[in-house]
Each structure stands twice: as C-alpha cells, then as structure tokens.
Design a protein around this ligand. Structure first.
Ligand code: GLU
Length: 314
C-alpha cells in the first residue's frame, strides 16, 4: 500500500486560531492513524504579510499541542526549503512549463474592476473571470504594459473536474463557468497560492490534503494544475467549519480565539479534548492528548456538517 503523507500548510500571517488548530489536529491524526508521515509547510508566499516570527510561533504552538512532523518548518527535510518564500525558483520552473504549453496570458484587470463588472458571482463569493484579457493582441499588451503591471492567468478549457472528497463526497466543477481562467502569478510578481500549493504538494509527495471547507472551491483548479504539470493529485478531505455551541460562526463572535489567548486558558489536553469532542472523536469534552486519539481516529466519526464546540468552552 502507498505510504500516506499528510501535511499542515499554514499561512503565517498571524497566530494560529482555533480553526487552524482543528485542521492541524485532524490532518495529523489522519496521517498518524495510517502510519503515515507528516509535513509542515510554511505558506509564506507573501513575505510582507508573513514575517518569520509567526512561522516560529506556529512551530511552538504545534509542539505545545503535541503534534510532531517528520519534515518541514525550520527543521527542513529531503525536499529543500519548506518555506514557500524560499522556493521561488521552483515555482518559476513550473510557471515556465505552463507558459511553454501556451496556457498563460497577461491580465491587466484590477480586482476592483472585476468586482464592479457584472461578472457572475458564485455562491461562495468567488468571481468567475469573464476573459477580458484572454484575446488581447500583442500591440494591446504592449500598450497596456506601459501603464500597468500584468498578472498572469491560466487559460482553462471546456472541461469538468470531478473528485470524491473524503468528507464532502462527490464534487464536480465545470472549469469555464464555475472557475474561469485563474491567476498563476500576481502583478507584483508573487506566484499565486494555487500554483505553489500544487507544486509543493506534488514535490513533497503529499498524498492526503486535509484542510478547511473554505478551500473546497480551490480544489478543482488544483487538480487541473496537477494534471497539466504531470502530477498525480492527492486525496482531499475538507473539514467542516467550527461553530460555538449555539451554532454561531466563531468568526462572528469577535472573540480573540488565537493560541496566544487559548494557551493562557487551557492546557493542551483540554483544548485537544474540546476540539476532538466537536469533531465527533470523543463522547464528552474531557482532557486528552493528541497522541491518545490516534488509535480510535476514523473519518467516519467526523460529521460532514458544521462542528460545535462544547457549551462551556467560552
Ligand atoms: N495556507 C492555507 C491557509 O492557511 C492553506 C492551504 C492548504 O491547506 O491548501 O489557509
């Protein structure tokens, strides 16, 4: 059987919050319960928003939670740097590969203009790019380049991507109408998350991606990129959102639920127990170590709908 390789891929633009902790816990439990290995990848593509200090705090928080990793973070590993900010030359290589296939074009549209235009908005708020810059002539490109830097988009074909998510079940997305041509490199030269995540998951040998349901809408385009670059897409599991005991989104409570605050209030075992209870892994919210949950972990126990923290959590 294929060796399972799981990963946690936080963007260190701040301290980890409860949703990140849940994602780290479930991705780690899934990998460890299958005797898999586990990678910590730091998604600090945007160096201005992601100072190294936050990446270091993530490592400290994971260690506090009792979650270990076999490669990645500051300890490195066999695949070079696990900080995306240090992998630009690698992304450039795959960017060039897409360019050589004639799939990339410069896009001069501003985000504001796209939102203002009557482009169809999907239910999750994404805007499908209407293809404005798809057919610019070389003269038009030269002229526009004088006043504005261009982002680079990937031309998507008339194809439907289907996949089976470990929790959300069968998913399909028609690339032209539900995704549209998407950005591969931003106008400031930073490679887009979609490209970096695909290249890294493939090169680091990740077989299982566990992450929040908010990223379900990125999955079809990532599968498409895997195929274009000749990689085998990983298995995806998108975990439900976390609510308080009354079903209210944590983000709406306005409470600071990052680990800076939570570490003052809870032991690692209390926090792990509350999250494991919310995720259906414990019948009551009792203190437990992450390690003690490995033996009984199963995705079949995790609900597919929103998860609720215990009533006395706040
Ligand atoms: N870096 C992303 C985040 O922190 C997660 C990317 C992924 O898991 O694919 O939201």
């Amino acid at each position: 059987m294929k060796q399972i390789v799981g990963r946690f891929a936080p963007s260190p633009s701040g301290r980890m919050h409860l949703g990140n902790v849940l994602c780290a816990l479930l991705s780690w439990l899934s990998a460890r319960s299958q005797n898999g290995s586990y990678i910590l990848r730091i998604e600090d593509l945007d160096p201005d928003r992601c100072p190294r200090h936050y990446a270091d705090l993530i490592e400290d928080d994971l260690a506090w939670l009792g979650l270990d990793w076999d490669a990645g973070g500051s300890s490195g590993g066999p695949d070079g740097s696990y900080y995306q900010s240090e992998r630009t030359a690698i992304y450039q290589h795959y960017f060039d590969q897409l360019g050589a296939q004639g799939l990339l074009y410069p896009c001069f549209c501003s985000r504001a203009a796209l939102h203002a235009a009557s482009a169809p908005h999907l239910s999750d708020g994404r805007v499908v790019y209407p293809g404005t810059c798809r057919t610019l002539t070389p003269e038009q490109i030269a002229q526009k380049s004088r006043t504005r830097g261009a982002a680079t988009r990937l031309r998507v074909p008339d194809q439907t991507i289907s996949f089976v998510d470990g929790l959300q079940g069968a998913c399909t997305e028609h690339l032209p109408t539900e995704c549209g041509d998407f950005i591969i490199r931003r106008s400031d030269g930073v490679f887009a998350y979609q490209l970096a995540v695909v290249v890294d998951d493939a090169l680091e040998g990740v077989t299982e991606v566990v992450r929040g349901r908010d990223l379900l809408g990125s999955t079809a385009r990532q599968i498409w990129l895997h195929r274009l670059l000749g990689f085998e897409p990983p298995h995806f599991v998108h975990i439900p959102l976390l609510n308080d005991a009354h079903g209210q989104r944590l983000s709406k409570r306005g409470a600071a639920l990052d680990l800076g605050v939570l570490r003052q209030r809870f032991t690692p075992q209390e926090l792990t127990g509350a999250l494991a209870y919310a995720a259906g892994l414990l019948d009551s919210p009792r203190p437990v170590s992450a390690h003690a949950l490995i033996a009984q972990f199963s995705w079949a126990r995790v609900p597919t709908g929103d998860l609720c923290l215990p009533p006395d959590f706040f």
